[in-house]
Design a protein around this ligand. Structure first.
Ligand SMILES: O=C(O)c1cccc(C(=O)CC[C@H]2O[C@@H](n3cnc4c(=O)[nH]cnc43)[C@H](O)[C@@H]2O)c1
Length: 292
């Protein structure tokens, strides 16, 4: 099966690819700039829990045409730079393409939508992954949140009586729903908190705004910037979506000194080291229920 993982920045991309334990990712150039970093998510039938840095197997070496190793090595071929190269979807296990989309919803939707549009083989799942702010009563800094729902919380209109979102205004949706059984299984496998994740355009920086969001979205455990956009692009292409956030800072008054980005990136890497078998099981069960 094939998964597209969208991170906002390179450091998040590196944390996710660290998880593969299969050595250097293959790099597939994209026709509109940027690359996919192709990894195999560990723990599946072909990569049973191999530790990072361990010797690669023949299965690991099945790199896509048009791909090159991440650092140095062979040049890319002149194969048209569709997103995928060879049909990774026919291989056993979870093949994940990790793409850096940039910070914020516009960049995330543009890049993920474009990758899905040019893919030679369909993806089975799209994941928005990265660091985020955590609501302290639900998750500590360094902890992990798996989205039970993905909500955009500042898309709407400020009225005399408060904020009305675009759904209330009759213009669209404000929530995407990851497959519940997959989100729950990923949370269980990673030790993550299963809870709503908010998508914002402006990082919360005051107690007043934190309290407003917490009151309006009871149960929310994290906020970040790209999840809703990634889910919107995936939904347009009929692909299920997931959001996984490692908490780098508490939602609330701005305090750059209190950010723990390295801890969050470690938590993100640990999460992706654990999710491969869970995602693969979900995919297999889904196809047993809905044979194509
Ligand atoms: O300048 C600040 O005070 C500030 C505080 C937190 C994050 C930022 C960013 O610009 C990072 C945006 C980037 O990271 C994700 N992220 C991380 N923490 C948060 C957060 O508390 N609220 C929203 N997004 C966050 C986000 O998904 C972006 O990719 C600046």
């Amino acid at each position: 099966m094939r998964v597209l993982i969208a991170t906002a920045v390179e450091s998040e991309r590196r944390a996710v690819t660290r998880a593969s334990g299969a050595g250097t990712p293959a790099v597939v150039p994209l026709p509109f700039g940027g690359d996919l970093h192709r990894i195999r998510l560990g723990g599946g039938p072909r990569s049973p829990g191999r530790p990072a840095g361990a010797k690669r197997t023949a299965a690991d070496a099945a790199e896509p045409a048009g791909a090159r190793p991440e650092s140095g090595g062979a040049e890319p071929t002149d194969r048209p730079a569709g997103a995928t190269g060879q049909p990774a979807g026919r291989q056993a296990g979870v093949v994940a393409d990790v793409v850096v989309v940039g910070v914020g919803s516009a960049a995330a939707a543009a890049v993920v939508g474009s990758v899905l549009a040019v893919a030679d083989e369909p993806y089975d799942l799209v994941v928005s992954a990265g660091i985020g702010g955590g609501f302290a009563e639900r998750v500590p800094v360094g902890g992990l949140v798996v989205a039970s729902s993905v909500l955009v919380v500042d898309l709407g209109a400020q009225t005399g009586t408060g904020f009305s979102d675009v759904a209330e205004l009759g213009f669209g949706v404000v929530v995407h729903q990851p497959p519940p059984e997959l989100a729950a299984a990923v949370a269980a496998a990673t030790g993550g908190v299963l809870a709503p994740v908010l998508s914002v355009s402006t990082v919360t920086g005051t107690e007043e705004r934190r309290a407003e969001l917490a009151a309006r979205h009871r149960g929310a455990a994290a906020e970040a910037m790209e999840g809703f956009a990634v889910a919107t692009a995936a939904d347009l292409h009929g692909v299920p979506t997931l959001e996984i956030r490692a908490v780098s800072n508490a939602v609330g008054p701005r305090d750059r000194e209190a950010w723990r980005i390295p801890d969050a990136l470690d938590a993100l890497a640990a999460a992706f080291a654990a999710v491969g078998p869970v995602i693969e099981d979900w995919h297999q069960q889904r196809h047993q229920r809905e044979p194509s």
